[in-house]
Design a protein around this ligand. Structure first.
Ligand SMILES: Nc1ncnc2c1ncn2[C@@H]1O[C@H](COP(=O)(O)OP(=O)(O)OP(=O)(O)O)[C@@H](O)[C@H]1O
Length: 258
């Protein structure tokens, strides 16, 4: 049985149909890429799954739980995690404090006199940092980290609610090719180890083709193709609608400079 099953999902903004009857499934441990040109509806789908936006119709099932209509908080508690960029205001906090904050938010706790803030979830936070290879940077302020390392911390924060499904919106935006590959091999091994499904949007096709188990392609709110990298790369509709005039997919070159 699939972990996530999305069926006939629809969303319009005024007269603009942003998502028009999209359906797909995702299994535990699987990496599914959601790609498509700007305005295709990727973020809208993410936001409906995460509960930030209400769908007009359709269904979103996580196992046997219906997510449609639930608050984003409730959806997070049911096991849907999401990575967010570390806000500027948190960049002066240490790596460890940022992850502790994510754990506090997950457990819905507030800091109290009786439990010094720096002690709360300290060992859990360090364990998460170890999983993303950032334990030795735990006591550095986030603003001193290299960009790729900030992304690892954001990933550790996304894991704070021990998600069954992790949503990642453009995880490698702004990264060079070698960093993109390093981050994605980490995501892939975490997905396998934790049996966690990952749904991600991504504009860098090199990592999509190298790491996604399956790819779904959207154009103007409609799913136009899905399958392996090979299936999608050769799909005439994808070439026509997604790439427009003459541009084609290149085979991924691991470790190539961007
Ligand atoms: N809050 C909103 N209000 C009105 N229209 C919106 C809203 N959010 C998205 N849209 C419209 O819905 C369509 C799909 O947008 P969406 O952001 O989901 O696309 P996307 O595939 O994520 O694009 P990008 O790759 O540029 O992020 C677009 O036409 C967009 O203008």
């Amino acid at each position: 049985m699939s972990l996530l099953a999305v069926t006939d999902l629809k969303k319009s903004f005024g007269g603009n149909v942003a998502v028009d009857g999209v359906g797909f499934e995702l299994a535990a441990g699987e990496l599914l890429a959601l790609i498509g040109p700007n305005g295709a509806g990727k973020s809208t789908i993410f936001n409906m799954i995460g509960g930030q936006l209400a769908a007009d119709s359709g269904s979103i099932m996580l196992g046997d739980m219906a997510l449609r209509g639930l608050s984003s908080r409730k959806i997070a508690r049911l096991g849907v995690g999401r990575t967010f960029q570390i806000a500027a205001t948190f960049s002066s906090m240490t790596v460890l404090e940022n992850v502790q904050t994510a754990l506090v938010a997950r457990h819905g706790r507030v800091y109290s006199f009786w439990h010094p803030a720096h002690e709360i979830y300290r060992s859990d936070a360090l364990a998460l940092l170890a999983q993303v290879g950032m334990q030795e940077h735990a006591f550095k302020p986030c603003r001193e980290l290299a960009y790729g390392d900030v992304k690892r911390v954001e990933l550790a924060m996304g894991l704070a609610n021990d998600p069954k499904l992790l949503l990642m919106d453009e995880p490698t935006a702004g990264m060079a090719s070698a960093e993109r590959h390093a981050l994605f091999s980490l995501i892939k091994s975490l997905a396998e180890k934790r049996r966690m499904a990952v749904l991600f949007t991504e504009h860098s096709m090199d990592v999509v083709f190298a790491y996604a188990d399956r790819i779904i392609v959207l154009a103007r709110g409609t799913l136009i193709a899905q399958g392996s990298a090979q299936d999608v790369r050769n799909h005439p509709k994808v070439q026509e609608v997604y790439f427009g005039s003459g541009k084609t997919f290149e085979a991924p070159v691991l470790g190539a400079a961007s």
